[in-house]
Design a protein around this ligand. Structure first.
Ligand SMILES: [Zn+2]
Ligand SMILES: [Zn+2]
Length: 340
């Protein structure tokens, strides 16, 4: 058996993609080795590429939308076996010791690890992962679809299912991109009156195909007025990274509505606080979720027929793939595929 593997790494902040041969690593206690089959490229991989994550150590192999199968298990691994299909997402494990873990809130662990940031991720033929980062992939999901569910998917699905919105209430998804095209599908499948908001009407047919009951062209109509005609949105999931556009949406909420922001725009929001007070509204962030949340996402997606729209590139074309992801021309997620 070969002892070497291909990886795509970044060796300094702002550095170029490097294809590097490394030794295939051996899993330690509580870890498995994953034979990677596919790995999505997430906007958050810019943290590694450009050195925007405090304390990041180089060289680093990014990638936290991993799908593959277990290839070897280390000591003290219970419940996972070689051959099992697994995903590894943003949540790269937790400590079981801190106060948040003692309360069972593992996503909020103060020592939580991030895959592809705190340890090498899935832009490689093999990677190591702690068992606390593993999600089992249902048989019917192909690896290249499972990958994007491990970050983009779990982030919006977990945000929506914990949002407090109930079946039949109005939920709007702002921005039809990498997160938004999944958000519309989940909102529909969770039973919400689903509104898609985007600038222009070119994405209206797609949004309706993904399940939107209503489409608001924010360049032709005032989104707030249009939402209030529907009674206001119980939840607005803001996925377009535009602080000004997001801030203005607060007035489109119903009483007790929530503006839910799962991805950070570069600029701060500017919120009309009187609107929050008078309507008892709130603005909230959402943090991805645990590996079990990711597995819930995979299972719900397989059950209800939610699919990411993807474009695939082989691992050795990582530079082209990354550039395409950040060009804004991608529809809607780029996934690296790994042969063998
Ligand atoms: Zn991500
Ligand atoms: Zn902890």
């Amino acid at each position: 058996m070969t002892t070497k593997m291909q990886t795509a790494q970044i060796s300094k902040a702002g550095g170029e993609w490097e294809l590097v041969e490394r030794d295939i690593p051996e899993p330690g206690s509580g870890h498995v080795r994953v034979k990677v089959e596919a790995c999505g490229i997430c906007h958050s991989d810019v943290f590694v590429k450009e050195g925007l994550w405090p304390g990041l150590e180089y060289p680093r192999v990014p990638g936290h939308e991993v799908a593959g199968h277990i290839d070897a298990v280390g000591d003290n691994v219970l419940g996972w076996r070689p051959g099992q299909r697994v995903g590894v997402g943003w949540h790269g494990g937790h400590c079981f010791v801190c106060d948040q873990c003692r309360r069972g809130d593992f996503a909020m662990c103060v020592h939580r690890k991030v895959t592809g940031i705190d340890f090498d991720g899935g832009y490689a033929e093999y990677m190591l992962a702690p068992v606390t980062a593993l999600a089992a992939i249902p048989d019917e999901l192909p690896a290249e679809e499972a990958g994007p569910f491990m970050c983009a998917g779990v982030t919006v699905y977990n945000a929506l299912r914990h949002s407090g919105a109930r079946a039949g209430e109005v939920v709007a998804v702002h921005g039809i991109g990498g997160l938004g095209h999944l958000g519309v599908q989940y909102a529909r499948q969770l039973g919400f009156a689903t509104v898609a908001i985007n600038r222009g009407n070119d994405k209206e047919p797609l949004a309706r195909q993904l399940g939107a009951h209503y489409y608001i062209d924010a360049s032709a109509h005032d989104a707030v007025t249009a939402l209030q005609k529907l009674g206001g949105a119980r939840v607005i999931l803001a996925t377009a990274p535009n602080a000004q556009a997001i801030s203005a949406l607060v007035d489109g909420l119903s009483a007790s509505g929530t503006l839910l922001v799962p991805a950070a725009p570069a600029e701060p929001l500017t919120i009309n606080v009187m609107s929050l007070i008078s309507g008892r509204r709130s603005v909230a962030g959402w943090y991805s979720g645990t590996a079990r949340d990711a597995q819930d996402t995979l299972e719900f997606s397989a059950l209800t027929g939610v699919h990411p729209m993807i474009e695939t590139y082989p691992l050795h074309r990582v530079a082209d793939a990354y550039e395409h992801m950040h060009s804004g021309r991608v529809r809607f997620r780029v996934v690296l595929t790994v042969d063998g």
